[in-house]
Write a protein of this length. Sequence first.
Length: 289
Amino acid sequence: MPESRKITLAKYAGFCYGVKRAVETVEKLKQENPEKKVCVLGELIHNNDVIKSLADHGVKTIETLPDSGEGYCVIRTHGQSPDVFEQIENAGFIPYDLTCPDVKKVQQKAIELVQNGYYLIIVGKEEHPEVVAIKANALQYGQKVIVATNIEQLKNFEEKLKENKKIGVVVQTTQMLSTLNPVVEFLTSVSKELIIYNTICPSTSRRQKEAEEMAKENDLMIVVGSKNSANTTHLADIAKKITNTIHIESEKELAQYKDIIDKTKKIGITAGASTPQNIIDKVIEELNK
Ligand code: SF4
């Protein structure tokens, strides 16, 4: 290790309040209802250790909804479509909604825009569960909904957008501002009336801003968290544009970057919203060895 190595941990690394709330509430739900079954539809967070720990406490993760069941079925922070809520009830479960309040706000804004005749643009990844749920909620009130992350995708709908004149935008909570900005610029040229709700959540904004600042000050950035996690991947993308960056899921992966780590004097560490503190601690411990 270089003698003067400095390791800086981001202030906003690890669980965001939505994830923290979800994990704590599920644990409490099971503790308070030991006789009842509790399952989560989809992974509560993208972290195997947390999923395993929940399973050890009797909280099962299910990928698909069975035809029949009992007890609580938890809706994770990404939210769900109204159809899925109905299917959960029809199957015999009690839905337990842990959609993050910030995601709920996006769903409400999306519904409001469609109800008021705006062509809704959801800036986000079509297949991401949060986006799927925002879209499904909006589609209950009208069919004019597009999901896009870039101008090329929007150009396919240019005529329709021009015809409608009124366009409204919401954003997946974990998107990057650099994805929203060019979309807004394009929409300005095709609309007569444009409403933009920048619904990137405050936790994501703070974390991304901090990652950018840290990347400017460090020779290497280590981003810790699942490679399936949108917000973690975005942190790595932001840092990569500025400095050397590695994205790891745990301290075990550090060995393959030994050469670059050994040569680096200033290392910055940040972590996604679903990365538990103990994993961040282990990464720091390993680096200090
Ligand atoms: S990243 Fe933001 S929107 Fe998603 S769970 Fe955390 S606080 Fe909520």
